[in-house]
Design a protein around this ligand. Sequence first.
Ligand code: HAM
Length: 421
Amino acid sequence: MLQLIKGFKDILPEEARVWRHIESTAAGIFADFGFSEIRPPVMEKAALFQKSIGEHTDIVEKEMYTFADRTGDMITLRPEATASVVRAYIQHKLYAGDPVQKLFTIGPMFRRERPQKGRYRQFHQINAEALGISAPYIDAQLILMLMTLLDRLLINDANLHLNSLGCRECRPDFKSALVGFLKSKQSALCADCVRRMDRNPLRVLDCKVEGCRNATADAPAMTDFLCNDCRDHFNAVIALLDGLGLAYDIDKRMVRGLDYYTRTTFEVQTGKLGAQSAIAGGGRYDELVNMLGGPDQPAIGFAIGLERLAEIVAQEEAVPATGGVDLFIAALGEKSREKAFAWMCELNKSGFCAEMAFEDRSLKSQMKMANRLSAAHALIVGDAELESGQAQLRNMATKDQQEIAISNLAETIKQMLNNNK
Ligand code: HAM
């Protein structure tokens, strides 16, 4: 039998219910915070991600699904959404009237990582991006929006980690201090990190190899090298978060896995997921819009991993029960089935969930079906009922049964269900 691709995942109905709950909760909260939806495509030119995420990141070096299409253009299945949102902002001149754009998008991303629990090759993100604002207020508002969503979804152990990665003014000093430090620890670093040391030294701080983590425990921290503007910005963000009553840990090692970040960066971790503990990550990317050919506009955003979030939300049983079946029509004989079909369709069209057995089944098996579907009511109709003009309506919870006239039945049922709402 053909199976799905390794690292890919079917979202089965029970999970999809959780996903829909998360997505609609997010869309509602994001609207309250002034964010509009944008839907970029899942494929882009490879160069977009190489330029924005950075040539010497794991994503670009090892994880992208990049291939030549039939004309030889190099195409990539997007590993993240930020670059696409920025491309759309520039391409459609969304900045023309007002540079401020608060956008969100939900959809699949693709990274050819080693699959494990919580880590997939196709995964989904809820992204929010605020472009055109440099004031620290937006950093705080965006983080508040993320934490409000997690709170609304009853995630009670979300830990916010915060850092600043400075800007093009102050980062070079930090980088050279870091390279000096790493050179002194070279013998303890893995081969990848020795290579990264010259090309992209910040990535060494992100290495998961135990030896590298130990060797870099006392590495210089970016926060000690911030220029005055970056320091003021970081302090202002912290003061605003304090004012909002949001708890956070300053995490000086956190460099994030993508190269476009500047200033504020953050991640949200939880203890409920095992090794893949990051449910969300984000930060400022003040230089990216300009770097991709757009105006000099700052930006900040985050992405939540939907698979990871859904796993916790399902554990918390925080998803409200869905409506369920309003009426199950148990029909006996072909004539009754024809009637049942017409009533069912009429109710379905009018916004009620009605179900029936499509094939010939015994009454017992149809009642079992009604129970399995948790139907609120069952209507029983056979030749005798057609003859007498009265069907039996059973309230499945109380087991009360009443007669109901077959003529105009769909209307009577609609009225009854409406009254029960
Ligand atoms: P990221 O940290 O690479 O950031 O991904 C954000 C979240 O996506 C992670 O915290 C995790 O929950 C989820 N995630 C990442 N990779 C996988 C995977 N292979 N399987 C399952 N879940 C995964 C970004 O992607 C940035 N674009 C975020 C951002 C938006 N920064 C600014 N704006």
